[in-house]
Structures are given as structure tokens and as C-alpha cells.
Design a protein around this ligand. Structure first.
Ligand code: NAD
Ligand code: DAU
Length: 352
């Protein structure tokens, strides 16, 4: 049994589905607050699987977390729960501080108490896996080498500052209490079940709905893109074989400018679902006001996880993005369910 937090979100949801595809796995307790980003429709295929036990709740709820740990005795916790969207953190940082910092602190404390009462064998086997981001390292120039695990932390947005703070807490719990943690810092994910406030799903759905494809600033910002299934396999690997107290950078070796990402999506859609007027989706690209404090470039050096644990991504950007576009075309019911209330309000506010 493992406890997954934030398992109704994009990456957590993909992780739960992947994990349960393995019939040898005992099960997952899934604790998710179901914020605007949490979506039980993502977990529809495991609704009747007795190995999936879902609880709606907050990682900041000490009573609930303590009760779940006591009752289900998990051998690991994988912490995905977070507020994850940079633009929302600029608009209103409070929830980012509450969940990403105070929530992680609460989870660590409950888990530490639970772990310290375990018998020696279970204590040795226990892991707390903290899922974090490359954004904690700040922004790179075009000529800087990619981030390694020894880069200094220089977070620039309320989101990345809150994730950096949570990483520091996790590190301190290892050094001070010997609490068995591993941390992964990953680059931009994309793939199925991605909430369409983020660039890739937003562009796919806006394109199909004849809406503008908004590019912040000059579109020359660079991100490293990793297919979500590859992120899940990396987490499984680190959880099973990572060294306690270590951090591992996870990335796709796929640096792309935002404008290139958007043009690639347009080209795939031109092929798979051409516009009725025969024009390219590229016509819908619109340059809009830049994100405040927009980080220019992220790049991940993922050689440590390859060298020490033998993990490499299976997908290239070309294969992953094609699968992703196809998934959005094939899953109109999930899409329709997501494009509801709070998401529509956000779009109106952000792109008025
Ligand atoms: P997401 O926003 O899609 O999902 C977050 C999930 O956490 C949601 O289901 C939400 O309901 C839940 N949640 C929020 N606050 C909670 C709380 N207080 N208690 C319990 N559940 C809560 O995020 P995501 O993109 O799936 O990211 C998951 C994790 O991975 C985050 O920690 C994020 O920082 C990290 N990460 C994301 C990316 C990316 O590209 N999306 C890349 C690297 C790291
Ligand atoms: O690097 C990892 C991070 O990647 C994760 O930690 C975050 O949780 C995740 O949201 C993501 O952050 P980004 O800010 O990089 O992702 P987003 O999809 O919001 O934006 C990707 C790039 O595209 C970024 O440079 C901003 C730009 N962008 C985004 C949107 C939503 C646009 O140009 N237009 C848009 O409408």
C-alpha cells in the first residue's frame, strides 16, 4: 500500500493509473482535496478497483492524515499535492503558501510520527517521495549549462518559491530527524488528463474551438518537455531505488521555445483534424502581454538519474506530443467535463 497525495490531478492521476496497471501492486490510498485542478473523471477507469481507495481531504488536515496512516499503514508516501499553476500564483499566492509550504510541513510531521512508531523492518523500508519542479533553480540564459542537482535555488515566482520552501523542509526532515526522503525535480510535463490552463492542453483545445492561441511576450522562452508517463516511470524508479536524502533531476532532453511547441501542435492538428476553411491553425496564434517575471529558460540535466538508476525517458517530444494531441481528440467526454465553471472564469480573467 502506498499513500498518494494529489492523485486526482494531472501527474498524480497518471501516476495512480500507471501504478494500478501493475497487478502485483497492493493498492493506493489517494488523498486529494479536489481543488479546481482535481478531477475524479481522470480516475474513472479505476472507480471499481478495490485497490484504489479515494479520500477527499487536505494534506494540511492533521487528524485526517494521521488517521489514514494509522489505518492503512502505507510503506511509502508520494506527495504530488500542490497548487501548480504559475499564473494563478501571481494572481493570488495565498493557497500556494498554505498547501505547498504549510501543507507539506503538516504531511511531513504526520508521516514522521507514524514512521517513528513503525517496527524496525517497516521503518527501514518506508519512503517519503516529494515531487518537485525544475523551477526552483530559477532561470537560465541561452548559453548556461542545464540545471544539475547542485545548482543553487533561485526561485522567481510565488509558485516556485513555495515549492523551493517545501523542498527545503523535506531536506531538513532528512538531515535533522533521519526521516527517509527522496525528492525529484522535474521539467514541464505534458500528456493525457492535463488541465487546460497550461500551455499545451490550452493550445490544443483553443485551436479546436476556433479561439486565439495566446503566446506570452515574444514566445522565445524555453522549457524542457517530458511526457507524463515518463515522469511516472522515473518516480517509480526513484521510489524503489533512489538513495535516501538525495534529489534527482528528471527531464526529457527536449528543450523547445514556446512558439515552436505551439507551431508543432498546429501542424499535427492540420494533419489530424484540418480546419474546415483549409487554413492552418497557425493563423490563430496571437501574441499577448507577457507573464510578470517570466523565466526565460529551463533546462534539465537528467544524467544523474540515468547514471545511478538507469532511467531515461521513452518518448521523444515528437512521439509524445502526437500521442497527446490524439488523446485530446479521442476523449471529448473528459474534455467537456473539465471545461466547466471555474476554468471558464479563469480564462475570462486571464485573457480578457
Ligand atoms: P495539478 O494542479 O494538476 O494537481 C494538483 C492536485 O493536488 C489536484 O488534484 C488538487 O486537487 C490536489 N491538491 C491541491 N491542494 C491540495 C491539498 N491541500 N491537499 C490535497 N490535495 C490537494 O498539478 P500537477 O501538474 O499534477 O503537479 C503535481 C505535482 O508535480 C506538483 O507538486 C507540482 O509542483 C509538480 N510538478 C509539476 C510539473 C508539471 O509540469 N505539471 C512539473 C514538475 C513538477
Ligand atoms: O517546469 C516545471 C513547471 O512547468 C511545473 O512546476 C509547473 O507546475 C507547470 O505548470 C509548468 O510551469 P510553466 O509555467 O512552465 O507551464 P505553463 O504551461 O503555464 O507555461 C509554459 C510556457 O508557456 C511558459 O513559458 C508560459 C507560456 N505560456 C503559457 C500559457 C498558459 C504562454 O505563452 N501562453 C499561455 O497561455
Amino acid at each position: 500500500m502506498i499513500l498518494v497525495t494529489g492523485g486526482a490531478g494531472f501527474i498524480g492521476g497518471n501516476f495512480v493509473l500507471d501504478f494500478l496497471r501493475d497487478p502485483t501492486k497492493e493498492g493506493v490510498i489517494n488523498l486529494d482535496k479536489l481543488t479546481y485542478a482535481g478531477n475524479l473523471a481522470t480516475l474513472e477507469s479505476v472507480r471499481d478497483d478495490p485497490r484504489h481507495i479515494f479520500f477527499q481531504g487536505d494534506i494540511g488536515d492533521q487528524g485526517l492524515v494521521t488517521r489514514l496512516l494509522k489505518e492503512y499503514q502505507p510503506s511509502a508516501i508520494v506527495n504530488f499535492a500542490a497548487e501548480s499553476h504559475v499564473d494563478r500564483s501571481i494572481d493570488g499566492p495565498t493557497e500556494f503558501i498554505t498547501t505547498n509550504i504549510v501543507g507539506t510541513f503538516n504531511l511531513l510531521e504526520c508521516a514522521r510520527k507514524y514512521w517513528s512508531d513503525l517496527d524496525e523492518f517497516s521503518k527501514k523500508a518506508f519512503r517519503f517521495h516529494h515531487v518537485s519542479t525544475d523551477e526552483v533553480y530559477g532561470s537560465l540564459s541561452l548559453t548556461d549549462p542545464a540545471f544539475t542537482e547542485t545548482n543553487t535555488y533561485e526561485p522567481n515566482s510565488p509558485y516556485s518559491a513555495s515549492k523551493a520552501a517545501s523542498d527545503h523542509l523535506v531536506r531538513a526532515w532528512f538531515h535533522t530527524y533521519g526521516f527517509p526522503v527522496v525528492t525529484t525535480n522535474c521539467s514541464n510535463n505534458y500528456g493525457p488528463y492535463h488541465f487546460p490552463e497550461k500551455l499545451i492542453p490550452l493550445v490544443i483545445l483553443n485551436a479546436l474551438n476556433h479561439k486565439p492561441l495566446p503566446i506570452y511576450g515574444d514566445g522565445q522562452q524555453i522549457r524542457d518537455w517530458l511526457y507524463v508517463g515518463d515522469h511516472c516511470s522515473a518516480i517509480r524508479e526513484v521510489l524503489a531505488h533512489g538513495k535516501l536524502g538525495e534529489t534527482y533531476n528528471i527531464g526529457g532532453w527536449n528543450e523547445k521555445t514556446n512558439i515552436d511547441v505551439v507551431k508543432t501542435i498546429c501542424a499535427i492538428l492540420d494533419e489530424l483534424q484540418p480546419r474546415s476553411d483549409g487554413k492552418s491553425y497557425v493563423e490563430q496564434i496571437t501574441y499577448v502581454k507577457d507573464r510578470p517575471g517570466h523565466d526565460r529558460r529551463y533546462a534539465i540535466d537528467a544524467s544523474k538519474v540515468e547514471r545511478e538508476l538507469g532511467w531515461r525517458p521513452a518518448e521523444t517530444f515528437d512521439t509524445g506530443i502526437r500521442k497527446t494531441v490524439q488523446w485530446y481528440l479521442d476523449n471529448p467526454v473528459w474534455v467537456e467535463g473539465v471545461v466547466s465553471g471555474s476554468y471558464r472564469d479563469w480564462l475570462q480573467k486571464q485573457y480578457h
